[in-house]
Design a protein around this ligand. Structure first.
Ligand code: CP
Length: 340
């Protein structure tokens, strides 16, 4: 694909070579994310960071990624803080905001809303999550993490055995990741969910049509037994008709250290798009796994910064100029970045 000036709305836009391009640029961004080097390549550029649905890591990491490239961020973090509550259309909002910004990231609870916004925007728009539909940058950072974790174990993404656990019906991160993995060879999917929260057939059919093995079950222990990666998800209660309906599914699949030790192969990687639901009735990923070295959840969140820097650098066509404006940092740094 031609990244320059493109919207990033769906993982369906990517071919395998495009993903390699993003990952190569992301690798180049590690010294900047790790506060070893500073670049000003986007000095003067403005990001419109428009989040009309709650977010911690997507909103902040997109903002940090832009700042780390030297740009400024303008943010809307609630629908009620925007004139959308006065009846303004996506068309008008996009026309206005794209006059103020060089790129826009948008999250909204309505499926397809970011596509609609992008058609009216005069600048590139990145989908930060639209309802239960897609979360492309999350899938890219997840796949980047999977690749690094597998390489660290002498394996590769082709031939991957991945167990996806929890609310597979409403989880947009799962939907985008399944689609992205279709670009690789010989993937073995173990899909563990309550029957009512199974992966929608649109994704399952696509995975099967690419020749991947897809085993569905409602049994956590057997579902995680032969996996390289466990990808745990929370019940997406905001997508359910009521909280009472969502509560029926909380706590059905709880991964903890005992279940992991008794059922998983050594060095099985544990991932979660986060947030994990740490409330007592949920706890799908127990805190007692926090010191498990195979828990990759915070390596995922760190990887989100370099992946999002790479997307900005590619769509604004500055990937090969980053180093020209760079210098070493002159403050104390903790060397915090943890890609693998
Ligand atoms: N993974 C993810 O989308 O997290 P946030 O909702 O905090 O952005």
């Amino acid at each position: 694909m031609n990244f320059i000036g493109s919207h990033i709305l769906s993982v369906s836009q990517f071919k395998r070579a495009d993903i390699e391009t993003v990952f190569n640029v992301a690798d180049q961004m590690i010294p900047y994310a790790n506060r070893e080097r500073v670049t000003r390549v986007l000095e003067g550029a403005i990001l419109g960071n428009m989040f009309f649905e709650p977010s911690t890591r997507t909103r902040v990491s997109f903002g940090c990624a832009w700042n780390l490239l030297g740009g400024e961020v303008r943010e809307t973090s609630e629908v009620k803080a925007s004139s959308i509550v006065k009846g303004e259309s996506f068309y008008d909002t996009a026309r206005v905001l794209s006059g103020y910004s060089d790129a826009i990231v948008m999250r909204h609870q309505v499926e397809g809303s970011v596509d609609e916004f992008a058609t009216a925007s005069r600048v590139p728009v990145i989908n930060g999550g639209d309802g239960s539909n897609e979360h492309p940058s999350q899938a890219l950072l997840d796949l980047y993490t999977i690749k690094k974790e597998m390489e660290g174990r002498g394996k590769q993404v082709d031939g991957l055995r991945i167990a996806l656990i929890g609310d597979l019906r409403y989880g947009r991160a799962v939907h985008s990741l399944c689609r992205l993995l279709c670009l690789y060879d010989d993937i073995h999917f173990s899909l563990v969910s309550p029957p009512e929260l199974k992966l929608p057939s649109i994704y399952l059919d696509e995975m099967k049509s690419h020749g991947h093995e897809c085993l569905e079950s409602a049994q956590l222990q057997s579902g995680i037994a032969h996996a390289d990666i466990l990808y745990v998800t929370r019940t997406q209660e905001e997508r359910f008709p009521s909280k009472e309906e969502a509560d029926k599914y909380k706590g059905l699949f709880r991964l903890n250290q005992t279940i992991y030790t008794e059922n998983c192969e050594p060095n099985t990687v544990i991932m979660h798009p986060l947030p994990r639901d740490s409330r007592g009735d949920a706890r799908e990923l127990d805190d007692d796994l926090n010191e498990n070295p195979n828990l990759a959840i915070f390596r995922q969140t760190d990887n989100g910064v370099v992946i999002r820097m790479a997307l900005f650098a590619l769509i604004l066509n500055v990937a090969d100029q980053v180093e020209k404006t760079a210098r070493d940092v002159n403050w104390y740094t903790a060397g915090r970045f943890s890609s693998q």
